[in-house]
Design a protein around this ligand. Structure first.
Ligand code: AMP
Ligand code: MG
Length: 334
C-alpha cells in the first residue's frame, strides 16, 4: 500500500495579525512544485507584487530539474551549459555549501532522488545494487563551474531543489527593496522570508509546523529567512515503512538521523535552505557541532522523540506553541 503526502500546507505558516492600515497586496500562486504566498505592504505594493510573481516564474523556468526548457535540464541532458547569471550564482553558492557541509548537501543527488520517484511521482524502493550503481554518479566535486560555464561528467546530474526556493526568497527581497517596499513577507512552501518588520513595526510571527500536524512553536523575525526541512513534508509509505525526500548522499536512502525537522534562521534564504537539508542529514549532534563552527545562522531541531532544541541566538525570539507549550525546550550554548 502506497500513499503520498505532499504537504499542501507550508511547513511554516504565518500567524499574521489582521493588519489594517497601509496599502497591501496579497497573491497565492503555484510554482516550484509548491504553494507560494506573497504579502506586500506600501504604496507600490501592487506593482512590486506583479514584478515578484514574474521573477518567481523566471527563476522556476531556469532552475527546474524537470522543466524541459530549464538550464539545469539542458546541462543534465547534454553534459554542459552556459548558465544565466542566476543559475550560475545559485550553483556557485550551493557548491560552497556542499563543501562546507562535507557533502551532507550534495546537488548531484538527482539520479538517486529520481530512482526513488520523488521527482516523477512513480514512488518505489530501489534495491541495494541499483543504489550502489547510482551513488557512483553522485559527487558534487564533479560539477565544474568556471564562470558561467557548467560541465558535468557523463552520468552526473544536478538537482537544485534543496536550494532553489531559498535563492528565490533572496531575489524577491532584493527586488522588493528596489521597488521601494519596506515591509513584506513571502511563504515559498516551507520557506518564509521577511523584508523589514510588519507595517506597525512589530516582528512577523512565523509558526513552525509540528511533525504530526498543528504547530510546535512560533518565531518572531525581522528581515530574516526561516526555512524548514522535515521528513513529513514529502514522503510515501510502502510495507509499513515511510520513505521521505531528504536523502543521505552517503547511503542513497532517506536520511534517518533521528530528526523530524530542522529549521534554519538567517539573513540569507539560500544559506537557510541548503543548511536545513544538510543538517537534517547530519542529525542532531553533528548539526550542533557544525553550528558551533559558524556564526551565520541559528536553528530549531525537533527530534524523533518530539524534544525541541534551539540554539542560543533564538532564546528571545522562539517560544513553544499550543499543545507543545508545556514541553521541555533545550537551549544549546556555544
Ligand atoms: P528541502 O525540502 O529543501 O530539504 O530539499 C529537499 C529536496 O532536495 C528533495 O526533494 C530533493 O530534490 C533534493 N535533495 C534531497 N536530499 C538532498 C541532499 N542530501 N542534498 C541535496 N539535495 C537533496
Ligand atoms: Mg533545503
Amino acid at each position: 500500500m502506497r500513499r503520498l503526502c505532499l504537504a499542501a500546507a507550508a511547513a511554516c505558516l504565518l500567524l499574521l495579525a489582521a493588519c489594517a492600515g497601509p496599502e497591501s497586496w496579497e497573491r497565492e500562486i503555484l510554482a516550484m512544485d509548491t504553494v507560494m504566498k506573497l504579502t506586500i505592504y506600501g504604496e507600490n505594493a501592487p506593482q512590486a507584487g506583479e514584478a515578484a510573481v514574474d521573477r518567481i516564474q523566471e527563476l522556476e523556468g531556469l532552475l527546474s530539474v524537470t522543466g524541459e526548457d530549464s538550464e539545469i535540464y539542458a546541462a543534465n541532458h547534454t553534459g554542459s551549459a552556459q548558465l544565466s547569471p542566476d543559475a550560475a550564482a545559485l550553483l556557485d553558492r550551493a557548491l560552497t555549501l556542499c563543501r562546507e557541509t562535507g557533502g551532507a548537501l550534495d546537488v548531484t543527488i538527482y539520479p538517486v532522488v529520481r530512482a526513488w520517484g520523488f521527482t516523477t511521482g512513480a514512488y518505489r524502493v530501489p534495491d541495494d545494487g541499483e543504489l550502489t550503481a547510482l551513488l557512483e554518479r553522485v559527487d558534487y566535486r564533479q560539477a565544474a563551474l568556471e564562470g558561467d560555464r557548467l560541465t558535468l561528467p557523463e552520468g552526473v546530474e544536478l538537482d537544485l531543489g534543496a536550494v532553489a526556493k531559498g535563492y528565490t526568497g533572496d531575489q524577491l527581497m532584493a527586488l522588493l527593496a528596489r521597488e521601494g517596499i519596506a515591509s513584506a513577507i513571502v511563504e515559498l512552501g516551507g520557506n518564509v522570508q521577511a523584508l523589514g518588520a510588519k507595517p506597525d513595526g512589530s516582528p512577523w510571527r512565523v509558526a513552525l509546523q509540528a511533525p504530526e500536524g498543528g504547530y510546535a512553536g512560533v518565531l518572531e523575525i525581522v528581515d530574516k529567512a526561516v526555512v524548514t526541512s522535515g521528513g513529513y513534508q514529502r514522503y510515501f509509505e510502502q510495507d509499513g515503512e515511510i520513505y521521505w525526500h531528504i536523502i543521505d548522499p552517503a547511503q542513497g536512502r532517506p536520511a534517518r538521523s533521528g530528526l523530524q525537522s530542522v529549521t534554519i534562521v538567517a539573513d540569507e534564504g539560500t544559506l537557510c535552505d541548503g543548511l536545513s537539508t544538510a543538517l537534517f542529514v547530519m542529525g542532531r549532534e553533528e548539526a550542533l557541532d557544525f553550528w558551533r563552527t559558524r556564526n551565520d545562522f541559528e536553528c530549531v531541531l525537533i527530534s524523533e522523540d518530539n524534544t525541541v532544541a534551539i540554539t542560543e541566538g533564538l532564546e528571545e525570539s522562539f517560544s513553544l506553541y499550543g499543545d507543545w507549550e508545556g514541553r521541555a525546550l533545550e537551549i544549546i550554548r556555544r
